[in-house]
Design a protein around this ligand. Structure first.
Ligand code: AMP
Length: 399
């Protein structure tokens, strides 16, 4: 896939109607926005369009209304917050690409901003319906995609609309594809990838693709135990995916063949049971990874492993991290995930964090500033690492 895409800087937006797909899918509680991070993240592109005299028509989805007009998922709250942040009115449309949107769009003056209603109020959105794509396109002269979080979806407002309009990216997508694209296409070496999380099956293609590119692949989290089992270790009652044992063996053979160092936990924090509640008190001890008793389960990486993984991250020039090293929701079992976040923060390398849990860990620990790039898209960043073509990016014009 070509990551060298035109951005808003490469076209003339003055006096043009610009339809800009943002990710305004913000968390809500009792009808109020609990974090406006995504709105703030969208500001640079929106301000650029305003400052350069575009007529700005914003759109986004929120939640999963599945084609139903659910008032609690209206983007009105976003329009209000955005108005405050921009210091100018954001006109809220009563529909997605209907009569009200058309009238509002037609009345916009240069530098004015409007927001369409939740694109997923229309059933066709997630089906990449041609009529909806054409209706959205009819509002504007140019399409700008700045929603990386939905770039792996071929929906009307993320990809379909680009069939009818010149399409470029905004600054958020430009940054995502600039940093992640380079890391994958031409990484500074050593290139280390750290994968964690619960399931091997979620990361099959990522592991396979990364083995083509990295110098070291580190596997922690619940998925490590199937690898340990595939090496012949007994893993007690740890997470185990019997169907993926052969796959793990194949990946270990592939790593050996390619000369990629594959690091697995050398020691493991174990307990009798999974914590319940998840953040409740728990009795743990640490054992070598090949000495997990039959009635115990591994729930985090041990101290020696933390040092091993941290050392690999620190001596790297590029590090990609996706997925927690243990049941990080529990303070006793969060040490492995914290150690990796710390190592990335301390590393001089280009550090890229994708996936909601690892990104949240870096932010909660206050390390976000010291990470080169925290991806705004969990699913999208995984698909990126898998080497898949992302429809919301593939549809944009090449430079
Ligand atoms: P994922 O959604 O695949 O990124 O996985 C994230 C989840 O994996 C988190 O909720 C963790 O609690 C869980 N997890 C990580 N390590 C383990 C482990 N050793 N055993 C069970 N669950 C784990």
């Amino acid at each position: 896939m070509n990551y060298n895409k035109k951005s808003v800087r490469d076209i003339d937006v003055a006096g043009k109607r610009v339809l800009c797909r943002c990710d305004f899918n913000v968390p809500l509680k009792d009808g109020k926005i609990t974090s406006d991070k995504r709105i703030v993240a969208a500001l640079p592109t929106i301000k650029y369009l305003i400052d350069n005299g575009a007529k700005v028509i914003l759109c986004s989805h929120m939640g999963k209304p599945k084609g139903e007009w659910k008032p609690e998922l209206s983007l009105k709250v976003v329009a209000e917050r955005l108005s405050e942040l921009l210091g100018q009115e954001v006109k809220m449309s009563k529909d997605v690409a209907g009569e009200d949107s058309r009238a509002l769009a037609a009345s916009l003056r240069d530098g004015e901003v409007m927001l369409l209603e939740n694109t997923r109020y229309i059933k066709g959105e997630t089906k990449n319906d041609q009529q909806l794509s054409a209706d959205l396109a009819s509002l504007a002269d140019i399409f700008v995609n700045d929603a990386f979080g939905t770039a792996h979806r071929a929906h009307s407002s993320t990809a379909g609309v680009a069939e009818y309009l010149p399409a470029v990216c905004g600054f958020l997508i430009e940054k995502e594809i600039g940093i992640m694209g380079k890391a994958l296409a031409d990484p500074a070496r050593p290139f280390v990838a750290i994968l964690g999380g619960a399931k091997v099956s979620d990361k099959l293609n990522v592991i396979n693709n990364l083995l083509e590119k990295v110098d070291t692949l580190i596997i922690g989290g619940g998925m490590a135990y199937t690898f340990l089992a595939a090496q012949g270790n007994s893993i007690g009652t740890s997470l185990f995916d019997a169907e993926k044992v052969d796959y793990c063996r194949d990946m270990m053979a592939k790593a050996a063949e390619k000369g990629v160092k594959l690091l697995l936990p050398v020691d493991t924090v174990i307990a009798k049971e999974f914590p319940d509640p998840i953040d409740g008190p728990i009795d743990v001890k640490t054992v070598p990874s090949n000495e997990i008793p039959d009635d115990m389960m591994g729930l985090d990486i041990g101290e020696k492993t933390r040092e091993l993984f941290a050392e690999a991250a620190k001596s790297a020039k590029t590090v990609v991290w996706n997925g927690p090293m243990g049941v990080f929701e529990n303070p006793t079992l969060a040490k492995g995930t914290i150690a990796v976040a710390e190592a990335l923060a301390a590393s001089e390398a280009v550090t890229i964090v994708g996936g909601g849990d690892s990104a949240a860990a870096c932010e909660q620990l206050g390390f976000a500033d010291r990470i080169t790039h925290i991806s705004t898209g969990g699913g999208a960043s995984l698909e990126f690492l898998e080497g898949l073509e992302l429809p919301g990016i593939a549809c944009l014009e090449d430079k």
